[in-house]
Ligand binder design. Structure first.
Ligand code: SF4
Length: 221
């Protein structure tokens, strides 16, 4: 890997921003719901939809799986793609109920759980890994568009359009997916999002970025 290691990246970001203590939710099931609602939209929009579900007392797998789909669509409108996401939420909540709830899921090993989650309609790798990491406390690193952008600009990746698994394998190759690295995985993803929202935007603000001394893009604009 060129120059910077993933461990160094985590250290610099932690020193600059401090721990992020993600995910912003009151229960593990709320994390699952938020992970679906934030697909293709901002966290702010997803959060408004989560708030509506909370007010309607629908943030349990049992309540969500048995609620009327039309009512659900109305409540989650702020998150966009509401018909599709209502269907996905119904599928996910039925899956959680079938598997014995959050505790039933937590009791299963990561290598069994991940393929099961990926089989649920509407759950792709990023959503599955968000649920695994932040709702179920399984060490599965989450890759998103920010991760690809940042690692490309840092000179770690050969392009931004590399596959999800390429990035996941690279990070997990350096910081192995074991229990002892759970907290690091949680922080690393959250800190990358924070850095990219504040500095490494589409048009980067390199002058104020905490990574400017280590960044390939900064030295080769
Ligand atoms: S120095 Fe610039 S390109 Fe590099 S990580 Fe920071 S904002 Fe992004």
């Amino acid at each position: 890997m060129a120059g910077l290691s993933i461990a160094q990246l985590l250290q610099v970001l932690l020193e600059h921003f401090g721990p992020q203590n993600w995910w912003p939710a009151e229960t593990p099931f709320e994390v699952c719901v938020g992970a679906v609602l934030t697909q293709n939209t901002t966290w702010e929009n997803a959060s408004r939809a989560v708030g509506n579900l909370k007010k309607a007392n629908l943030l349990t797998p049992e309540a969500l799986s048995s609620t009327d789909e039309g009512e659900l669509q109305n409540l989650i409108k702020p998150a966009g793609f509401f018909r599709q996401k209502a269907r996905y939420l119904k599928e996910l909540s039925r899956f959680v109920v079938r598997e014995g709830g959050i505790e039933g899921l937590k009791a299963q090993p990561l290598k069994v759980l991940r393929p099961k989650l990926l089989n649920v309609k509407g759950i792709g790798p990023e959503t599955a890994d968000s649920i695994l990491l932040y709702a179920l406390d399984k060490p599965s690193f989450v890759v998103d568009k920010y991760t690809k952008r940042l690692l490309y600009r840092l000179g770690v990746l050969e392009g931004e359009s590399v596959s999800y698994n390429r990035v996941k394998t690279l990070v997990e190759g350096e910081i192995p997916p074991t229990e002892e690295h759970l907290k690091e995985y949680k922080e690393l993803h959250a800190l990358i999002v924070e850095l990219c929202k504040r500095y490494c935007k589409t048009r980067p603000n390199c002058r104020e970025c905490p990574l400017r001394e280590l960044c390939y893009n900064q030295h080769n604009p």
